[in-house]
Design a protein around this ligand. Structure first.
Ligand code: PLP
Length: 447
């Protein structure tokens, strides 16, 4: 499809850019720029809080690098079995310290977040065990791991693991009385919690709320045998503490989200209690060898660099989310969370209200991507979804959602979920292009 150019041919009309009125190579209409200015003014109050968290987390990560004497020799490639890869071992110790865990597995051989969570679940659960999810229906791709639908071949159900869930309250909070009762009656081996909102409109959970749950679980069943496992995707470095510091036993997530800092090219992590991390390592490789093998093939440097950059990149993604919320509020849309609400993950939902608006927004956002801006996303029938989905992603790493991206299923409530942004200024331009697309197609009533 032929696309309208989004760039002015002559940047700034030949005048010299000044700091007070920087010209833009994009022709944003004055009314949109005015709305953007108002949105930014409101967002700025949150930006200083985000900066404070970023600074704390950056120092925490820096201190971990210093404590473990990270050195250039750790970037060397290992091949074959990868025995004694000091870079890999050091990276895992640094990572564990950053998230307040006893031990960690940080591996490029985790193919994605779902694989990582599956390794954690299969690593801990045994036939006859029960898994209790306390955040309602989990993230879509975990359904087939559990065996929630279909034949369930190879799923936990197939291996004799029973699954139960408690629902969130109507306000989207943990239903503590129901959880207490379920923990007592079902005696689950794993209590599973999803920190992020995922692609729902429920609020994400704070580490404080996770701490409250951990205390309740310990109180309801006084045994080490119960494992609180947190799907930590999209939550890393958003607050100053991580779930393991508040009583979670194990956390798992993807390296092409927050903790990879936009530089990890793939991979995942599991961190927490040492004995549990070891069980997961046995599942990832083989019983006996566990985490002692795993050639790093020259990827250590980008994993170290990505972890080092992660607090900053998460800060940029959070600023992008807050600005998007504030701008969309200016444009008259309902957003979740609101621009001034507390945030516990990097996801921003915007209720755009119609399939046309979802398509315009995603196409506009794509036109502002550093990679593949010339492509036009269209709604398609994605496997596993009961409606069409449109996605915008112009990323350096395929599917990396720490880079600016958006997904929207074409069904009620016609909301788009946006996340990521490697740097705020670039992501802001893309969000403005998304808004401009809505304007150009007559889908904004109040500009
Ligand atoms: C991304 C994500 C996953 C894992 O998804 P992958 O696409 O396999 O990396 C699991 N849970 C949540 C909440 C997520 O955001």
């Amino acid at each position: 499809m032929k696309k309208e150019p989004v760039l002015d041919q002559c940047c700034g009309g030949g005048s010299i850019p000044t700091a007070s009125s920087p010209p833009s190579p994009f022709s944003f209409p004055p009314t949109l720029l005015a709305a953007s200015g108002r949105a930014l003014a409101r967002a700025l109050a949150r930006f200083s809080e985000i900066d404070a968290v970023t600074e704390y987390n950056q120092q925490k990560v820096l201190a971990a690098f210093i404590t473990h004497n990270v050195s250039e020799t750790h970037f060397a490639a290992s091949t074959g079995y990868g025995y004694g890869d000091r870079g890999r071992e050091t990276l895992e110790s640094v990572f564990a310290q950053c998230v307040g865990a006893q031990a960690a597995l940080v591996r490029h051989t985790f193919t994605c977040g779902t694989h990582t969570l599956a390794v954690a679940l299969f690593g801990i659960l045994r036939p006859g065990d029960t898994m209790l999810c306390v955040t309602g229906t989990p993230y879509d791709t975990i359904h087939s791991v559990i065996g929630l639908r279909g034949e369930g071949k190879g799923s936990l159900r197939d291996f004799g693991v029973t699954y139960h869930q408690t629902e969130l309250t109507p306000e989207g909070r943990l239903d503590l009385p129901a959880i207490r009762q379920a923990v007592r009656e079902l005696r689950p081996r794993v209590v599973y919690l999803q920190r992020s909102r995922g692609y729902t409109l429920r609020p994400s959970l704070s580490v404080e709320a996770i701490g409250e749950l951990a205390a309740l679980v310990r109180e309801a069943r006084k045994t080490q045998d119960i494992v609180l496992l947190v799907d930590n995707c999209y939550g890393e470095f958003v607050q100053t503490a991580e779930p393991c510091q508040c009583g979670a036993d194990l956390i798992a997530g993807s390296l092409i989200k927050n903790p990879g800092g936009g530089l990890a090219q793939n991979g995942g992590y599991i961190a927490g209690r040492k004995d549990l991390v070891e069980l997961c390592a046995y599942r990832l490789t083989a019983p006996g060898i566990g985490g002692e093998v795993g050639a790093t093939l020259g990827l250590n440097r980008s994993l170290f660099l990505g972890l080092f950059q992660a607090p900053h990149i998460v800060g940029e993604a959070l600023k992008t989310a807050v600005f998007t919320a504030a701008l969309c509020e200016e444009l008259g849309f309902e957003v979740a969370p609101g621009s001034l609400d507390p945030r516990y993950d990097i996801i921003q939902a915007v209720r755009l209200g119609s399939p046309e608006a979802l398509t315009a927004f995603c196409q506009g956002l794509q036109s502002g991507a550093p990679v593949d801006a010339f492509l036009t996303p269209e709604p398609w029938d994605m496997p596993g979804y009961d409606s069409q989905v449109i996605m915008a992603a112009g990323t350096f790493t395929m599917g990396a959602s720490i880079e600016l991206s958006a997904d929207a299923p074409l069904r009620e409530p016609y909301a788009v979920w946006l996340q990521g942004g490697l740097n705020f200024h670039s992501a802001k331009a893309a969000v403005l292009l998304a808004a401009k697309q809505l304007m150009d197609r007559g889908l904004l009533n109040n500009l």
